[in-house]
Design a protein around this ligand. Structure first.
Ligand code: C5P
Length: 237
């Protein structure tokens, strides 16, 4: 499995996103498109970014009844993205239905990963609002195992959880991890952060990096730095 850096393109609209991507003259970075941009610009923005040659992680976090998710996934399937996602809380049956919807007639499909528990949910909200009487860590691992059971390819998780997820679900089960900051960089609103090289040491498969690249004076340089630290060729430490 090849490790890669995914840039979170958390921009409000098309112009801003495309002029940001214009700054990368060499290799076309893997980009994450989230709800804000997708709801503002629609599927056309995904097609345009794909046409420019960028692999895309479409971060729409679906969660509905199995039939609805299956049909929605069959629409997303035709956008030719690399990775889609959903909430594991939607149940194993919903995740299985999502996979059916995503699978093309030739058997190929985008990778599908699950959100276990949002990092914005703390232990108190887990217990008092969601009424889940297990510690956060156990809950995250349980949801990761449900995603594995449903046949998904991996989960979005904290880099701090990547090792345990691999132990519980196998080395091939993908860990896609946000919450990345350069050593000495601003954490912003992220509570638990890790550097690209520490994320590599934890065995993360992909890191999702937003502001350390999007808000950098030279985004292309910051991206190259992430690649150097996280995705060095095998054999280097
Ligand atoms: O700017 P920053 O590097 O914090 O961006 C991280 C990206 O990963 C954002 O798009 C954020 O929404 C997303 N994300 C996250 N934590 C999660 C799930 C997604 O930071 N648990």
């Amino acid at each position: 499995m090849k490790k890669d850096v995914i840039i979170a393109c958390d921009f409000a609209g098309r112009e801003q996103t495309l002029s940001f991507l214009d700054r990368f003259s060499g290799r076309k970075p893997f980009v994450k498109i989230g709800m804000e941009l997708f709801y503002a610009e629609g599927p056309q923005i995904v097609r345009e970014i794909r046409r420019r040659g960028h692999p895309v992680f479409l971060d729409l976090k679906l969660h509905d009844i199995p039939n609805t998710v299956k049909k929605a996934m069959s629409v997303l399937r035709d956008l030719d993205v690399e990775i889609c996602n959903l909430h594991a809380a939607g149940t194993v049956r919903m995740m299985e239905a999502a996979l059916e919807g995503l699978t093309r007639s030739d058997g190929t499909r985008p990778k599908l990963i699950a959100v276990t528990q949002l990092t914005s949910t703390d232990e108190t909200a887990l217990r008092e609002e969601l009424w889940i009487d297990h510690p956060m860590r156990d809950t995250v691992m349980h949801y990761a195992r449900s995603a594995k059971k449903a046949g998904l390819d991996g989960v979005v998780c904290s880099p701090l959880e990547a090792k345990s997820v691999h132990e519980a679900c196998g080395a091939d089960f993908l860990t896609v991890t946000p919450g990345i900051r350069f050593a000495g960089g601003e954490a912003g609103d992220q509570k638990r952060v890790m550097t690209p090289s520490d994320a590599r040491a934890q065995g993360c498969d992909y890191i999702v990096v937003g502001r350390p690249i999007t808000a950098a004076a030279d985004p292309a340089e910051a991206y190259e730095r992430c690649l150097r630290e996280f995705a060095k060729p095998d054999g280097e430490t």
